[in-house]
Design a protein around this ligand. Sequence first.
Ligand code: FES
Length: 139
Amino acid sequence: MNAYDNEDNFEFEQSIATYQKAVFHDKQYIQLCQSGDIFPQKGKNFYFDEDVQIAVFRDNHELFAVSNICPHQYAAVICNGFLEEKTVTCPLHGWIYSLESGKALGSNARLLTYHIFEDEGLVWLEQPKKTRPLWLENF
Ligand code: FES
């Protein structure tokens, strides 16, 4: 058994237990930060684990949460990407991803997406799960 065998395994390096949790519409969320911690047009990375890092963006008052790990070279750089019209451009080689779907424009690559919302000055994120990274699928 490895860390990916159990879907409910939350053994992240950064313990998820330190976050306040709540259930909204039958889905578990964690209280990620305060609204003021996410600046417009600038990504912020939330590190849970080498494989689970989540880049949060505020684009025209709307929040988006996607994997911080670009699948092109498994680089944790998406939070430093260029934001434009609900897309983020990876700063390393310029792959462009939709922040809504996570899908790369012009290829089948995809960033994981997470539901995120604000309520009374707090940011709530769908509780991330430890998932097997796509790049490990062939091993
Ligand atoms: S690592 Fe992101 S496009 Fe190459």
